[in-house]
Design a protein around this ligand. Structure first.
Ligand code: NAP
Ligand code: MG
Length: 493
Protein backbone atom coordinates (compact mmCIF):
# COMPACT_ATOMS: atom_id res chain seq x y z
CA UNK A 1 0.00 0.00 0.00
CA UNK A 2 2.35 2.71 -1.18
CA UNK A 3 1.50 6.38 -1.07
CA UNK A 4 0.25 6.52 2.50
CA UNK A 5 3.19 8.69 3.57
CA UNK A 6 3.05 12.12 2.03
CA UNK A 7 6.15 13.40 0.34
CA UNK A 8 6.04 16.95 1.70
CA UNK A 9 8.72 17.98 4.15
CA UNK A 10 7.35 18.03 7.65
CA UNK A 11 9.01 19.36 10.79
CA UNK A 12 8.71 16.92 13.65
CA UNK A 13 9.13 17.84 17.32
CA UNK A 14 10.37 16.08 20.42
CA UNK A 15 7.90 14.07 22.46
CA UNK A 16 8.26 15.08 26.10
CA UNK A 17 5.85 14.56 28.99
CA UNK A 18 3.09 13.54 26.62
CA UNK A 19 3.40 16.61 24.40
CA UNK A 20 5.07 17.58 21.15
CA UNK A 21 7.62 20.28 21.93
CA UNK A 22 10.13 22.12 19.78
CA UNK A 23 13.81 22.03 20.72
CA UNK A 24 14.80 24.97 22.94
CA UNK A 25 17.31 26.36 20.45
CA UNK A 26 14.81 26.27 17.60
CA UNK A 27 17.44 24.57 15.44
CA UNK A 28 16.46 21.60 13.31
CA UNK A 29 18.35 19.28 10.97
CA UNK A 30 17.27 17.49 7.81
CA UNK A 31 16.30 13.83 7.47
CA UNK A 32 16.86 12.26 4.04
CA UNK A 33 15.57 9.64 1.64
CA UNK A 34 18.90 7.97 0.79
CA UNK A 35 17.62 6.68 -2.56
CA UNK A 36 16.80 10.18 -3.89
CA UNK A 37 19.09 12.21 -1.60
CA UNK A 38 16.07 14.47 -0.94
CA UNK A 39 15.14 15.94 2.41
CA UNK A 40 11.94 14.29 3.69
CA UNK A 41 11.66 15.82 7.17
CA UNK A 42 13.23 18.15 9.68
CA UNK A 43 13.72 17.26 13.35
CA UNK A 44 14.90 19.31 16.35
CA UNK A 45 18.60 19.42 17.12
CA UNK A 46 18.20 18.97 20.84
CA UNK A 47 20.70 20.22 23.39
CA UNK A 48 21.41 19.47 27.04
CA UNK A 49 18.48 21.65 28.15
CA UNK A 50 16.07 19.59 26.01
CA UNK A 51 17.51 16.37 27.40
CA UNK A 52 17.15 17.74 30.92
CA UNK A 53 13.49 18.49 30.29
CA UNK A 54 12.88 14.95 29.02
CA UNK A 55 14.79 13.33 31.87
CA UNK A 56 12.87 15.41 34.42
CA UNK A 57 9.60 14.26 32.85
CA UNK A 58 10.73 10.62 32.97
CA UNK A 59 12.00 11.08 36.53
CA UNK A 60 8.69 12.57 37.70
CA UNK A 61 6.71 9.85 35.92
CA UNK A 62 8.82 7.23 37.65
CA UNK A 63 9.09 8.77 41.11
CA UNK A 64 5.61 10.19 41.59
CA UNK A 65 3.48 9.49 38.51
CA UNK A 66 0.74 6.88 38.13
CA UNK A 67 3.13 4.54 36.32
CA UNK A 68 4.73 3.43 39.58
CA UNK A 69 1.30 2.37 40.85
CA UNK A 70 0.34 0.52 37.65
CA UNK A 71 0.18 -3.19 38.21
CA UNK A 72 2.19 -5.46 35.97
CA UNK A 73 -0.82 -6.94 34.15
CA UNK A 74 -2.00 -3.45 33.21
CA UNK A 75 1.45 -2.56 31.89
CA UNK A 76 1.25 -5.75 29.84
CA UNK A 77 -2.13 -4.68 28.43
CA UNK A 78 -0.67 -1.36 27.33
CA UNK A 79 2.15 -3.17 25.54
CA UNK A 80 -0.39 -5.38 23.74
CA UNK A 81 -2.27 -2.25 22.65
CA UNK A 82 0.94 -0.73 21.30
CA UNK A 83 1.54 -3.96 19.36
CA UNK A 84 -1.98 -3.75 17.94
CA UNK A 85 -1.36 -0.17 16.77
CA UNK A 86 1.83 -1.31 15.06
CA UNK A 87 0.03 -4.17 13.31
CA UNK A 88 -2.81 -1.90 12.17
CA UNK A 89 -0.31 0.58 10.74
CA UNK A 90 2.26 -1.81 9.30
CA UNK A 91 1.96 -0.45 5.76
CA UNK A 92 2.54 3.17 6.80
CA UNK A 93 5.40 2.35 9.18
CA UNK A 94 7.14 -0.04 6.75
CA UNK A 95 6.95 2.49 3.96
CA UNK A 96 8.31 5.29 6.15
CA UNK A 97 11.10 3.03 7.46
CA UNK A 98 12.03 1.95 3.95
CA UNK A 99 12.06 5.50 2.58
CA UNK A 100 14.09 6.88 5.46
CA UNK A 101 16.65 4.08 5.87
CA UNK A 102 16.91 2.77 2.29
CA UNK A 103 16.09 -0.79 3.31
CA UNK A 104 13.95 -2.83 0.90
CA UNK A 105 10.23 -2.50 1.64
CA UNK A 106 9.83 -6.27 2.03
CA UNK A 107 12.48 -6.28 4.76
CA UNK A 108 10.90 -3.23 6.40
CA UNK A 109 7.61 -5.13 6.58
CA UNK A 110 9.37 -7.98 8.39
CA UNK A 111 10.95 -5.49 10.77
CA UNK A 112 7.63 -3.85 11.62
CA UNK A 113 6.04 -7.27 12.24
CA UNK A 114 8.97 -8.02 14.58
CA UNK A 115 8.33 -4.73 16.38
CA UNK A 116 4.76 -5.81 17.14
CA UNK A 117 5.94 -9.28 18.19
CA UNK A 118 8.44 -7.70 20.59
CA UNK A 119 5.73 -5.62 22.31
CA UNK A 120 3.50 -8.69 22.49
CA UNK A 121 6.28 -10.79 24.00
CA UNK A 122 7.03 -8.28 26.75
CA UNK A 123 3.32 -7.62 27.22
CA UNK A 124 3.03 -11.28 28.13
CA UNK A 125 6.13 -11.27 30.30
CA UNK A 126 5.25 -8.17 32.33
CA UNK A 127 3.26 -10.05 35.00
CA UNK A 128 5.55 -13.07 35.13
CA UNK A 129 8.36 -11.36 36.98
CA UNK A 130 8.74 -13.04 40.34
CA UNK A 131 11.00 -12.84 43.35
CA UNK A 132 12.43 -15.69 45.41
CA UNK A 133 12.22 -16.88 48.98
CA UNK A 134 15.78 -17.34 50.18
CA UNK A 135 16.69 -20.34 52.39
CA UNK A 136 18.13 -18.38 55.33
CA UNK A 137 18.11 -19.74 58.93
CA UNK A 138 14.73 -20.50 60.45
CA UNK A 139 14.56 -17.42 62.72
CA UNK A 140 14.22 -15.13 59.69
CA UNK A 141 12.37 -14.83 56.44
CA UNK A 142 14.24 -13.48 53.42
CA UNK A 143 12.71 -12.83 50.05
CA UNK A 144 13.45 -10.73 47.00
CA UNK A 145 11.44 -8.07 45.25
CA UNK A 146 12.15 -7.30 41.61
CA UNK A 147 11.89 -3.57 41.03
CA UNK A 148 12.35 -1.39 37.95
CA UNK A 149 15.80 0.15 37.60
CA UNK A 150 14.26 3.61 37.15
CA UNK A 151 14.76 6.06 34.29
CA UNK A 152 16.31 4.39 31.24
CA UNK A 153 18.20 6.43 28.64
CA UNK A 154 18.08 4.54 25.36
CA UNK A 155 20.31 5.35 22.38
CA UNK A 156 19.81 3.50 19.12
CA UNK A 157 21.34 3.22 15.60
CA UNK A 158 19.85 3.64 12.14
CA UNK A 159 19.97 0.15 10.67
CA UNK A 160 16.74 -1.20 12.25
CA UNK A 161 15.22 2.04 13.52
CA UNK A 162 11.84 1.11 15.02
CA UNK A 163 12.93 -2.44 15.84
CA UNK A 164 15.85 -1.16 17.92
CA UNK A 165 13.43 1.20 19.68
CA UNK A 166 11.14 -1.78 20.41
CA UNK A 167 13.99 -3.92 21.77
CA UNK A 168 14.66 -1.14 24.28
CA UNK A 169 11.21 0.28 25.09
CA UNK A 170 9.23 -2.97 25.40
CA UNK A 171 11.29 -4.65 28.17
CA UNK A 172 11.81 -1.33 29.99
CA UNK A 173 8.05 -0.66 30.10
CA UNK A 174 7.28 -4.24 31.10
CA UNK A 175 9.69 -3.81 34.02
CA UNK A 176 8.00 -0.55 35.07
CA UNK A 177 10.77 1.83 34.01
CA UNK A 178 10.29 5.18 32.32
CA UNK A 179 12.30 6.05 29.21
CA UNK A 180 14.09 8.76 27.29
CA UNK A 181 14.80 7.48 23.78
CA UNK A 182 17.26 9.11 21.40
CA UNK A 183 16.82 7.78 17.86
CA UNK A 184 19.68 7.91 15.38
CA UNK A 185 19.93 11.29 13.67
CA UNK A 186 19.47 9.64 10.26
CA UNK A 187 16.29 7.67 11.04
CA UNK A 188 14.06 9.17 13.73
CA UNK A 189 10.75 9.15 11.84
CA UNK A 190 9.09 5.83 12.69
CA UNK A 191 9.77 6.23 16.41
CA UNK A 192 8.17 9.70 16.26
CA UNK A 193 5.10 8.37 14.42
CA UNK A 194 4.86 5.64 17.05
CA UNK A 195 4.61 8.24 19.83
CA UNK A 196 1.32 9.45 18.36
CA UNK A 197 -0.39 6.39 19.90
CA UNK A 198 1.02 6.59 23.42
CA UNK A 199 -1.83 8.57 24.99
CA UNK A 200 -4.50 6.53 23.24
CA UNK A 201 -3.19 3.21 24.63
CA UNK A 202 -2.97 4.64 28.15
CA UNK A 203 0.73 5.39 28.60
CA UNK A 204 0.81 8.24 31.15
CA UNK A 205 2.73 11.43 30.19
CA UNK A 206 6.47 11.23 30.80
CA UNK A 207 6.67 7.43 30.64
CA UNK A 208 8.23 7.45 27.16
CA UNK A 209 9.97 10.61 25.94
CA UNK A 210 11.73 10.96 22.60
CA UNK A 211 14.45 13.54 22.01
CA UNK A 212 16.05 14.03 18.60
CA UNK A 213 19.55 15.16 18.06
CA UNK A 214 23.17 14.34 17.46
CA UNK A 215 25.09 11.79 19.46
CA UNK A 216 27.85 14.16 20.49
CA UNK A 217 25.41 16.66 22.03
CA UNK A 218 22.00 15.14 22.74
CA UNK A 219 23.24 11.55 23.24
CA UNK A 220 26.18 12.58 25.41
CA UNK A 221 23.92 14.79 27.58
CA UNK A 222 21.61 11.83 28.17
CA UNK A 223 24.51 9.59 29.19
CA UNK A 224 25.91 12.20 31.58
CA UNK A 225 22.58 13.19 33.16
CA UNK A 226 22.46 12.34 36.88
CA UNK A 227 18.70 11.73 36.68
CA UNK A 228 19.17 8.72 34.42
CA UNK A 229 19.63 5.36 36.16
CA UNK A 230 20.56 3.21 33.20
CA UNK A 231 21.85 3.61 29.66
CA UNK A 232 20.94 1.02 27.04
CA UNK A 233 22.98 1.61 23.90
CA UNK A 234 23.20 0.00 20.48
CA UNK A 235 25.81 1.30 18.11
CA UNK A 236 29.51 1.29 17.38
CA UNK A 237 32.19 0.02 19.76
CA UNK A 238 33.91 3.42 19.59
CA UNK A 239 30.84 5.22 20.96
CA UNK A 240 30.21 2.34 23.40
CA UNK A 241 33.60 3.04 24.99
CA UNK A 242 32.79 6.77 25.35
CA UNK A 243 29.50 5.86 26.99
CA UNK A 244 31.09 3.58 29.56
CA UNK A 245 33.59 6.31 30.49
CA UNK A 246 30.91 9.00 30.82
CA UNK A 247 28.49 6.73 32.70
CA UNK A 248 31.22 5.92 35.20
CA UNK A 249 30.88 9.38 36.76
CA UNK A 250 27.38 8.60 37.99
CA UNK A 251 27.81 4.79 38.05
CA UNK A 252 24.82 4.22 35.83
CA UNK A 253 23.95 0.73 34.81
CA UNK A 254 25.04 0.26 31.19
CA UNK A 255 24.19 -2.33 28.59
CA UNK A 256 25.92 -2.25 25.22
CA UNK A 257 25.03 -3.92 21.94
CA UNK A 258 27.96 -3.09 19.71
CA UNK A 259 29.35 -4.14 16.38
CA UNK A 260 31.00 -7.23 15.02
CA UNK A 261 33.17 -8.82 12.38
CA UNK A 262 31.40 -12.10 12.44
CA UNK A 263 32.84 -15.27 10.92
CA UNK A 264 30.66 -17.39 8.62
CA UNK A 265 32.48 -20.73 8.38
CA UNK A 266 32.09 -23.19 5.48
CA UNK A 267 33.40 -26.77 5.57
CA UNK A 268 33.69 -29.22 2.70
CA UNK A 269 30.54 -31.33 2.48
CA UNK A 270 28.11 -28.59 3.56
CA UNK A 271 24.87 -28.44 1.57
CA UNK A 272 26.31 -26.56 -1.40
CA UNK A 273 23.46 -24.36 -2.62
CA UNK A 274 22.30 -23.53 0.89
CA UNK A 275 25.86 -22.66 1.88
CA UNK A 276 26.48 -20.34 -1.06
CA UNK A 277 23.14 -18.62 -0.47
CA UNK A 278 23.91 -18.42 3.25
CA UNK A 279 27.24 -16.74 2.59
CA UNK A 280 25.56 -14.04 0.46
CA UNK A 281 22.48 -13.58 2.63
CA UNK A 282 24.67 -13.51 5.75
CA UNK A 283 26.64 -10.49 4.58
CA UNK A 284 24.42 -8.61 2.10
CA UNK A 285 21.04 -8.60 3.85
CA UNK A 286 19.98 -5.02 4.71
CA UNK A 287 22.84 -3.80 2.42
CA UNK A 288 25.27 -5.31 4.92
CA UNK A 289 24.22 -2.74 7.52
CA UNK A 290 23.77 -5.44 10.12
CA UNK A 291 25.70 -5.71 13.37
CA UNK A 292 25.86 -9.51 12.98
CA UNK A 293 26.79 -9.42 9.26
CA UNK A 294 28.82 -12.48 8.28
CA UNK A 295 31.51 -10.22 6.89
CA UNK A 296 34.37 -12.71 7.29
CA UNK A 297 33.60 -15.71 5.11
CA UNK A 298 35.93 -18.52 6.15
CA UNK A 299 36.11 -21.31 3.55
CA UNK A 300 37.94 -24.65 3.75
CA UNK A 301 40.74 -24.74 1.19
CA UNK A 302 39.41 -27.93 -0.47
CA UNK A 303 36.30 -26.06 -1.68
CA UNK A 304 37.66 -22.50 -1.64
CA UNK A 305 38.06 -21.68 -5.36
CA UNK A 306 34.78 -23.27 -6.36
CA UNK A 307 33.00 -21.52 -3.48
CA UNK A 308 34.31 -18.07 -4.42
CA UNK A 309 33.22 -18.70 -8.02
CA UNK A 310 29.75 -19.84 -6.97
CA UNK A 311 29.29 -16.86 -4.65
CA UNK A 312 30.39 -14.49 -7.38
CA UNK A 313 27.97 -15.99 -9.93
CA UNK A 314 25.04 -15.78 -7.53
CA UNK A 315 25.97 -12.29 -6.34
CA UNK A 316 25.43 -11.06 -9.92
CA UNK A 317 21.75 -11.89 -9.48
CA UNK A 318 21.19 -9.74 -6.37
CA UNK A 319 18.74 -7.07 -7.47
CA UNK A 320 19.66 -3.56 -6.39
CA UNK A 321 16.79 -1.14 -6.64
CA UNK A 322 14.66 1.58 -5.16
CA UNK A 323 13.72 0.72 -1.57
CA UNK A 324 9.98 0.83 -2.21
CA UNK A 325 10.06 -1.65 -5.13
CA UNK A 326 9.00 -5.09 -4.02
CA UNK A 327 11.65 -7.02 -5.96
CA UNK A 328 14.52 -4.97 -4.49
CA UNK A 329 16.96 -7.08 -2.49
CA UNK A 330 19.44 -4.30 -1.71
CA UNK A 331 18.68 -0.58 -1.49
CA UNK A 332 21.04 2.34 -0.93
CA UNK A 333 23.14 2.80 2.20
CA UNK A 334 21.56 4.97 4.84
CA UNK A 335 23.49 8.20 4.33
CA UNK A 336 26.18 10.03 2.41
CA UNK A 337 28.45 9.63 5.45
CA UNK A 338 28.01 5.85 5.42
CA UNK A 339 28.43 5.73 1.63
CA UNK A 340 31.73 7.60 1.93
CA UNK A 341 32.88 5.38 4.76
CA UNK A 342 32.11 2.16 2.91
CA UNK A 343 33.62 3.55 -0.30
CA UNK A 344 36.86 4.27 1.53
CA UNK A 345 36.97 0.64 2.71
CA UNK A 346 36.47 -0.49 -0.89
CA UNK A 347 39.66 1.39 -1.81
CA UNK A 348 41.50 -0.09 1.18
CA UNK A 349 40.28 -3.56 0.21
CA UNK A 350 41.51 -3.22 -3.37
CA UNK A 351 45.02 -2.74 -1.99
CA UNK A 352 44.75 -5.59 0.50
CA UNK A 353 43.04 -8.35 -1.51
CA UNK A 354 41.55 -9.46 -4.83
CA UNK A 355 38.09 -8.36 -6.00
CA UNK A 356 35.73 -11.15 -7.12
CA UNK A 357 32.81 -8.82 -7.79
CA UNK A 358 31.73 -5.26 -7.07
CA UNK A 359 34.03 -2.68 -5.57
CA UNK A 360 32.20 0.52 -6.39
CA UNK A 361 29.02 2.32 -7.20
CA UNK A 362 26.51 0.50 -9.44
CA UNK A 363 26.30 2.35 -12.75
CA UNK A 364 22.53 2.24 -13.20
CA UNK A 365 21.81 4.80 -10.47
CA UNK A 366 22.19 8.51 -11.05
CA UNK A 367 21.29 9.33 -7.45
CA UNK A 368 21.25 7.55 -4.13
CA UNK A 369 23.88 6.04 -1.87
CA UNK A 370 24.08 2.67 -3.63
CA UNK A 371 27.10 0.39 -3.30
CA UNK A 372 27.63 -2.83 -5.25
CA UNK A 373 27.67 -6.07 -3.30
CA UNK A 374 31.42 -6.57 -3.05
CA UNK A 375 33.37 -9.77 -2.49
CA UNK A 376 37.08 -9.58 -1.68
CA UNK A 377 38.92 -12.92 -1.70
CA UNK A 378 42.36 -14.17 -0.70
CA UNK A 379 42.02 -11.83 2.25
CA UNK A 380 44.38 -12.09 5.19
CA UNK A 381 42.67 -12.08 8.58
CA UNK A 382 45.03 -9.30 9.60
CA UNK A 383 43.92 -7.02 6.76
CA UNK A 384 41.93 -3.96 7.79
CA UNK A 385 38.93 -5.25 5.81
CA UNK A 386 39.03 -8.38 8.03
CA UNK A 387 39.45 -6.56 11.32
CA UNK A 388 37.38 -3.40 11.09
CA UNK A 389 33.63 -3.27 10.94
CA UNK A 390 32.62 -1.80 7.56
CA UNK A 391 28.85 -1.93 8.03
CA UNK A 392 28.12 -2.17 4.33
CA UNK A 393 27.88 -4.82 1.58
CA UNK A 394 31.51 -5.91 1.74
CA UNK A 395 32.63 -9.52 2.25
CA UNK A 396 36.15 -10.73 3.04
CA UNK A 397 36.66 -14.35 1.97
CA UNK A 398 39.45 -16.04 3.90
CA UNK A 399 40.73 -19.60 3.24
CA UNK A 400 41.50 -22.06 6.07
CA UNK A 401 43.20 -25.48 6.24
CA UNK A 402 41.26 -27.41 8.84
CA UNK A 403 38.88 -27.17 11.80
CA UNK A 404 41.53 -25.89 14.21
CA UNK A 405 42.57 -23.27 11.70
CA UNK A 406 38.97 -22.15 11.18
CA UNK A 407 38.43 -21.76 14.93
CA UNK A 408 41.69 -19.86 15.34
CA UNK A 409 40.79 -17.36 12.60
CA UNK A 410 37.17 -17.11 13.76
CA UNK A 411 38.29 -16.07 17.25
CA UNK A 412 41.11 -13.82 16.07
CA UNK A 413 39.03 -10.62 16.27
CA UNK A 414 38.29 -8.08 18.99
CA UNK A 415 34.58 -8.73 18.47
CA UNK A 416 32.31 -11.58 19.53
CA UNK A 417 28.75 -10.86 18.48
CA UNK A 418 27.89 -13.72 16.12
CA UNK A 419 29.22 -16.64 14.09
CA UNK A 420 27.88 -19.38 11.82
CA UNK A 421 29.11 -22.79 10.78
CA UNK A 422 28.03 -24.80 7.75
CA UNK A 423 28.64 -28.56 7.68
CA UNK A 424 26.74 -31.86 7.61
CA UNK A 425 29.10 -33.30 10.25
CA UNK A 426 27.32 -32.78 13.57
CA UNK A 427 30.41 -33.59 15.64
CA UNK A 428 32.34 -30.87 13.88
CA UNK A 429 29.39 -28.44 14.02
CA UNK A 430 29.05 -28.64 17.79
CA UNK A 431 32.80 -28.58 18.42
CA UNK A 432 32.91 -25.29 16.51
CA UNK A 433 29.81 -24.00 18.35
CA UNK A 434 31.62 -24.55 21.66
CA UNK A 435 34.97 -23.17 20.52
CA UNK A 436 33.82 -19.90 18.98
CA UNK A 437 33.47 -16.99 21.40
CA UNK A 438 30.32 -15.19 20.29
CA UNK A 439 26.87 -14.36 21.64
CA UNK A 440 25.11 -16.41 18.96
CA UNK A 441 26.33 -19.27 16.77
CA UNK A 442 24.13 -20.47 13.93
CA UNK A 443 24.46 -23.96 12.46
CA UNK A 444 23.62 -24.12 8.75
CA UNK A 445 21.99 -20.68 8.76
CA UNK A 446 22.90 -17.08 9.46
CA UNK A 447 20.90 -14.08 10.71
CA UNK A 448 17.49 -15.27 11.91
CA UNK A 449 16.82 -14.54 15.55
CA UNK A 450 13.64 -14.37 17.58
CA UNK A 451 12.40 -12.27 20.47
CA UNK A 452 12.26 -15.35 22.73
CA UNK A 453 16.05 -15.89 22.56
CA UNK A 454 18.93 -13.76 23.91
CA UNK A 455 20.91 -11.31 21.78
CA UNK A 456 24.22 -9.68 22.66
CA UNK A 457 27.96 -9.88 22.42
CA UNK A 458 31.12 -11.35 23.89
CA UNK A 459 34.36 -9.36 23.98
CA UNK A 460 34.19 -5.88 22.39
CA UNK A 461 30.74 -6.55 20.98
CA UNK A 462 29.36 -5.35 24.29
CA UNK A 463 27.77 -6.61 27.47
CA UNK A 464 24.30 -7.41 28.68
CA UNK A 465 21.64 -9.23 26.67
CA UNK A 466 18.52 -8.04 24.93
CA UNK A 467 15.34 -10.00 24.19
CA UNK A 468 13.75 -12.89 26.03
CA UNK A 469 13.73 -12.86 29.84
CA UNK A 470 17.39 -11.73 29.70
CA UNK A 471 16.31 -8.45 28.12
CA UNK A 472 13.83 -7.80 30.95
CA UNK A 473 16.43 -8.65 33.62
CA UNK A 474 18.55 -5.72 32.45
CA UNK A 475 15.78 -3.32 33.53
CA UNK A 476 15.29 -4.81 37.01
CA UNK A 477 16.93 -4.35 40.38
CA UNK A 478 16.81 -6.99 43.10
CA UNK A 479 15.80 -5.96 46.61
CA UNK A 480 16.19 -8.36 49.50
CA UNK A 481 13.61 -8.09 52.25
CA UNK A 482 14.77 -9.53 55.57
CA UNK A 483 12.13 -10.20 58.22
CA UNK A 484 13.22 -11.05 61.72
CA UNK A 485 11.05 -13.80 63.22
CA UNK A 486 12.90 -13.92 66.53
CA UNK A 487 11.60 -11.54 69.20
CA UNK A 488 14.62 -11.99 71.46
CA UNK A 489 16.49 -8.64 71.78
CA UNK A 490 19.93 -8.50 70.16
CA UNK A 491 22.46 -8.71 72.99
CA UNK A 492 25.75 -7.70 71.39
CA UNK A 493 27.19 -5.35 74.01
P1 NAP B 1 27.11 5.08 16.33
O1 NAP B 1 27.82 6.18 15.67
O2 NAP B 1 27.75 4.40 17.47
O3 NAP B 1 25.70 5.69 16.76
C1 NAP B 1 24.76 4.97 17.49
C2 NAP B 1 23.94 5.94 18.32
O4 NAP B 1 24.77 6.57 19.27
C3 NAP B 1 23.32 7.06 17.50
O5 NAP B 1 22.06 7.37 18.06
C4 NAP B 1 24.31 8.18 17.72
O6 NAP B 1 23.77 9.45 17.50
C5 NAP B 1 24.67 7.97 19.15
N1 NAP B 1 25.94 8.58 19.55
C6 NAP B 1 27.00 8.92 18.77
N2 NAP B 1 27.96 9.47 19.52
C7 NAP B 1 27.51 9.50 20.79
C8 NAP B 1 28.06 9.97 22.02
N3 NAP B 1 29.28 10.51 22.11
N4 NAP B 1 27.31 9.83 23.14
C9 NAP B 1 26.10 9.28 23.10
N5 NAP B 1 25.53 8.84 21.96
C10 NAP B 1 26.23 8.94 20.82
O7 NAP B 1 26.74 3.93 15.34
P2 NAP B 1 25.97 4.05 13.96
O8 NAP B 1 26.92 4.45 12.92
O9 NAP B 1 24.78 4.88 14.14
O10 NAP B 1 25.50 2.54 13.78
C11 NAP B 1 26.31 1.54 13.32
C12 NAP B 1 26.94 0.76 14.47
O11 NAP B 1 25.96 0.18 15.33
C13 NAP B 1 27.75 -0.41 13.99
O12 NAP B 1 28.98 -0.46 14.65
C14 NAP B 1 26.90 -1.62 14.34
O13 NAP B 1 27.57 -2.81 14.47
C15 NAP B 1 26.25 -1.19 15.58
N6 NAP B 1 25.00 -1.95 15.77
C16 NAP B 1 24.98 -2.95 16.71
C17 NAP B 1 23.83 -3.69 16.91
C18 NAP B 1 23.77 -4.80 17.93
O14 NAP B 1 22.70 -5.28 18.24
N7 NAP B 1 24.87 -5.23 18.51
C19 NAP B 1 22.68 -3.41 16.17
C20 NAP B 1 22.73 -2.39 15.23
C21 NAP B 1 23.91 -1.66 15.05
P3 NAP B 1 23.63 10.08 16.03
O15 NAP B 1 23.94 9.05 15.01
O16 NAP B 1 22.24 10.49 16.03
O17 NAP B 1 24.58 11.23 15.97
MG1 MG C 1 26.29 9.92 14.29
Amino acid sequence: MLGTVKAEVRTYKNFVNGEWVAGSSGETFPVYDPSTEEVIAQVPSSNAADVDRAVKAARAAFDSGPWGQTNAADRGRILFKLAEKIRQNTAMLAELESRNSGKPIVEAEFDIADVATCFEYYGGLANKVMGHVNPVPANALSFTLREPVGVAGQIIPWNYPLLMAAWKLAPALAAGCTCVLKPAEQTPLTALEFANWFAEVGLPPGVVNIVNGFGETCGAALVAHPGVDKIAFTGSAAVGKLIVKSAADTLKRVTLELGGKSPNIFFEGADWEAAVDGALFGVFINQGEVCSAGSRILVEKKIYSKFVEAMTEKAKRIHLGAPLERDTKMGPLVSKEQYDRVSSYLEIGKKEAKVAIGGGRPKQFGKGYYVEPTIFYDVDNNARISREEIFGPVASVIPFDDEAGAIRIANDTPYGLAAAVWTRDIYKAFRVVKAVRAGIVWVNHMQPTYVEAPWGGYKQSGFGRELGPWGLEEYLETKQVFVNLDETPIAWY
